[in-house]
Design a protein around this ligand. Structure first.
Ligand code: SF4
Length: 488
């Protein structure tokens, strides 16, 4: 569908403001690609755009507030007809899905609202607004039993997010995702392999498999090709999809075995739940000689949320901290170089100083490379929102600062261990922050990532053309957040 311009020969443009997780980033990339096919070019600012979309996140009250404030800031563009353009404005993501018509009440200047399952209908919704329809809304869940899609790229690149499943069946008490993204559904392994093969033919070297809970991938997909392993286990017993269904370790193994993917170098995935983190998935981190998956990046992001079993139970996480530690120990034994990261929530209702200290002790015990920590805020519609939010904001912030400081020291110590080591990085781009001391004014600071997900900044006399290349760098210094290297 070609979206019309009111004035002949005028280029139509779109600007998307993205909040939240990598799922939302991938969704925005898909929106740009779909709207590109419909004739809308991306632009860097809302002021220049004919269509403005906010892809909002509901993970925390603050995140919703940010998306709704961004909407408020757009009102003047509608009112004052800036640059002779009256933009069409839409709200998507989990905010669109959850708030629905309420958003039109809060912001009558909003033209359309849609949820994550309606992204492919975006051109049609914009067309309807262009043709005079007011307050267009599509927040229907995709009711098909199976999940099928094709990854879209809006521009040439070396890395791609690939959605492999959607939804979540875990219902952690604080989380709104099962209500905004629906029940778990997975693409088939064959469809994903063909999709990735197409991406590789376009130059993609690294993919990140995305889903709310990728390690429960495969539920409901018949294992028609008899792929192994068939049963998944962890310390608590049998986990994951049924024996005759597809599962995540099968997908990783199939990636390694597919001839069409020989130019694919790395596979990452996010996000996971400890309950579905199976022994069979841990085995994928072994060396290829020991049956591991050679393309699997040396990195794992496994959200733990708290170091206290009492709080984990209140969060409805269904796993014990001892089990989590033993999973991490097994993983590190198989792959000592693995980079580990996690998510932490502090100040959950009833969290005592002792519970909080158990979280700090967990950081010491696991020695993460990086954490993402947040102060708890209730989300209306979740079970936790019915609990008494009894920790003051001041105390939540105190704990948040303490946990971040605690981790910073661990990260700093861990990063110094890489000094003098030679590492391979996939170059992302020129670093946004040109902070390194330059040896001459013609050198440029570039940024790339190691397999274990460390950011490496390095100097080069080249100011273009390194994007998407694998390079060897020798680490010469470190900060708590990144490594500094030089090309070998
Ligand atoms: S696993 Fe829990 S926190 Fe993660 S998306 Fe599902 S319900 Fe939310």
């Amino acid at each position: 569908m070609e979206l019309a311009s009111k004035r002949q020969n005028e280029k139509q443009t779109v600007y998307i403001k993205t909040f939240g997780c990598q799922m939302n980033e991938a969704d925005s990339e898909r929106m740009y690609a779909l709207l590109g096919e419909a004739g809308l070019e991306p632009t860097h600012t809302a002021e220049q755009a004919n269509v403005i979309i906010i892809n909002g996140c509901t993970v925390r009250a603050k995140a919703i507030h940010k998306a709704v404030s961004a909407l408020g800031e757009l009102q003047f563009l509608k009112k004052y007809n800036h640059n002779n353009k009256t933009p069409i404005i839409g709200m998507g993501g989990c905010v669109g899905q959850f708030e629905k018509q309420m958003l039109f009440k809060q912001a009558p200047w909003l033209d359309f609202v849609f949820g994550p399952d309606a992204i492919d209908q975006l051109p049609e919704m914009i067309f309807r607004v262009q043709n005079g329809e007011k307050h267009v809304i599509n927040t229907d869940f995709d009711v098909l039993e199976n999940y099928s899609t094709e990854t879209k790229l809006s521009a040439p690149t070396s890395k791609a997010f690939v959605n492999i499943m959607k939804g979540c069946d875990k219902y952690c008490t604080y989380c709104i995702v099962p209500y905004t993204r629906g029940k778990e559904k997975s693409r088939t392994i064959d469809e994903i392999l063909s999709d990735v093969a197409r991406l590789v033919s376009l130059g993609i070297k690294e993919v990140t498999f995305l889903g709310q809970n990728v390690n429960s991938f495969g539920k409901g997909n018949k294992n028609l090709k008899n792929r192994e392993p068939k049963k998944l286990h962890n310390i608590i017993g049998r986990v994951g999809p049924d024996e005759d269904e597809e599962n995540f370790p099968q997908l990783l193994k199939a990636i390694d075995q597919d001839e069409r993917l020989k130019n694919l170098r790395r596979v990452r995935f996010t996000s996971s739940h400890p309950l579905d983190f199976s022994d069979e998935l841990i085995n994928c981190y072994a060396s290829p000689e020991q049956g591991g998956v050679s393309k699997l990046a040396q990195h794992l992001h496994l959200p733990v949320q708290s170091g206290s079993n009492r709080i984990l139970e209140k969060m409805g996480r269904h796993h014990k901290i001892e089990a989590y530690i033993s999973q991490m120990d097994r993983l590190r034994a198989l792959m000592p170089k693995v980079g580990l990261s996690t998510d932490i929530i502090v100040g959950f209702p009833t969290e005592t100083q002792t519970d909080f200290e158990q979280t700090l002790q967990l950081l010491d015990r696991i020695q993460y490379d990086n954490i993402f920590a947040f102060a708890y805020s209730p989300r209306i519609g979740t079970r936790a929102a019915k609990l008494n939010d009894d920790i003051s904001l001041q105390e939540k912030n105190r704990r948040l600062q303490l946990v971040l400081k605690h981790q910073l020291k661990i990260s700093e110590k861990r990063n110094t261990m890489f000094i003098d080591k030679t590492m391979e990085i996939l170059v992302d781009n020129i670093a946004k922050n040109q902070i390194l001391k330059k040896d001459d004014k013609n050198s440029t600071v570039w940024m790339g990532r190691t397999s274990c997900n460390h950011v490496v900044n390095f100097l080069s006399h080249t100011s273009s053309g390194l994007e998407g290349q694998f390079l060897k760098v020798k680490i010469t210094g470190s900060t708590p957040l990144s490594l500094i290297g030089g090309r070998v």
